[in-house]
Design a protein around this ligand. Structure first.
Ligand code: GLV
Length: 387
């Protein structure tokens, strides 16, 4: 492996190693990709205040997320199809998170099953739930997660219908892959990826195949989600799911202050300010821009986390200094996973940790808990005036 100094280094290797179909799946937003782009570019508009002559000894990034002690407040977000980015990708990412001391969130749409991940890790991971029309399947998924030792449930609220990502449709995205002729040519050139895939049996949606009665082909994500995801999900149902879970519940996909209040009202322990990495609604404001209005609405009653656009420790620092209690990375660790499996995820976490730690110090602080808006320079019109 070449020397890795930033997340883009991992992305370059990832792009060479992983079939285009799966690179495109991760590296896309919906429709025009405006929200996907602005999730990142809006972080660039916030600047840091350089402070000097402050004792930098005894620094720490240790914090808490959803009642758990974490080496830094950066969890691994739920990402579908990780096991297509790298053989047994969910297991690799979960092990890396465990080694590093940050939470791993397993997606409902994972390749390795809940049980696979539990058997290959020693600490509880978080489980992300999509709600399906088959209420029995949802109940069983929650039971399986509980039996596997999961204590924290992350319920995603912003994907009742899937936002269109043009390339997925053109590539015929599926797991296992059913490529076009060009797709086969592409697969044939990704040797290390292909060898890994030949060495595992886990090549389909592990939480679904074998667990749904009368299952028609779930390999094509778009068709399957269109049929199975619960279009009738509402706050009443969310409240019921929270009641059913004996542990912490994090509601993911909140991008509006009114929805944030609803999340508090139904009894969530935390929310994730998120637009699904710009993969769902296109044209919404970035997560970081919506953070302050949502923090104001929540008023400190529950934890507020943020995902979307984070590619560096500086981005993490900015979100925390603005008031987020925790952050998540998605693509940033997928790049590492595709580049070099478990060790690649560790590399991504190390890069972000080093950037976070060093820049906290260069801002004249020593601990993540000491970060506040005072370390930031935020343009006056950052949140903007929208009617
Ligand atoms: C699923 O979560 C996706 O964004 O594809």
């Amino acid at each position: 492996m070449p020397v890795i100094t930033n997340i883009d280094d991992l992305k370059a290797i990832y792009r060479r190693r992983v079939p285009k179909m799966f690179y495109d799946y991760a590296e896309a937003g919906s429709w025009t990709e405006q929200t996907f782009r602005e999730n990142s570019t809006d972080f660039d508009k916030i600047r840091l205040r350089q402070r000097v002559a402050v004792d930098m000894t005894n620094r720490s990034t240790v914090a808490e997320m959803a009642g758990e002690r974490v080496a830094m407040p950066v969890a691994l977000a739920p990402v579908g199809l990780l096991g297509m980015q790298h053989a047994d990708g969910e297991i690799a990412a979960a092990r890396a998170a465990e080694r590093f001391g940050v939470p791993f969130t397993l997606s409902t749409m994972s390749i390795c099953s809940i049980e696979d991940v539990a058997e290959n890790t020693t600490k509880p991971f978080w489980f992300q739930l999509y709600t399906m029309t088959d209420a029995d399947f949802v109940r069983r998924l929650m039971e399986r997660a509980r039996d596997a030792g999961c204590k924290t449930l992350v319920i995603t609220l912003d994907l009742q219908m899937i936002g269109q990502r043009h390339k997925d449709l053109k590539n015929g995205l599926s797991a296992p892959p059913k490529p076009t002729l060009m797709g086969w040519l592409d697969l044939a050139t990704r040797w290390s990826w292909g060898l890994g895939m030949l060495g595992t049996k886990r090549r389909a949606f592990g939480n679904i195949v074998g667990h749904v009665q009368g299952l028609d082909d779930p390999s094509r994500l778009y068709e399957w989600t269109a049929k199975q995801f619960d279009h009738s999900l509402d706050w009443k149902k969310v409240a019921k799911l929270i009641e059913m879970w004996d542990g912490k519940v994090i509601l993911k996909g909140i991008l509006d202050p009114e929805d944030a209040r609803m999340a508090v009202k139904v009894g969530a322990d935390a929310i994730v300010v998120s637009n699904h990495g710009g993969r769902q609604i296109d044209g919404a404001l970035s997560s970081i821009r919506m953070l302050q209005p949502i923090l104001d609405a929540v008023g400190g009653e529950i934890e507020v986390h943020l995902d979307g656009g984070i590619r560096s420790g500086q981005d993490v620092l900015k979100a925390l200094a603005m008031g987020a209690d925790g952050t998540y990375i998605g693509r940033a660790y997928v790049y590492g996973l595709g580049a070099n499996g478990e060790q690649g995820v560790i590399s991504a976490l190390e890069v972000i940790h080093k950037e976070l730690d060093t820049n906290i110090a260069l801002c004249g602080r020593r601990k993540v808990s000491e970060l506040d808006r005072d370390v930031l320079l935020i343009p006056e019109d950052f949140e903007g005036r929208w009617q």
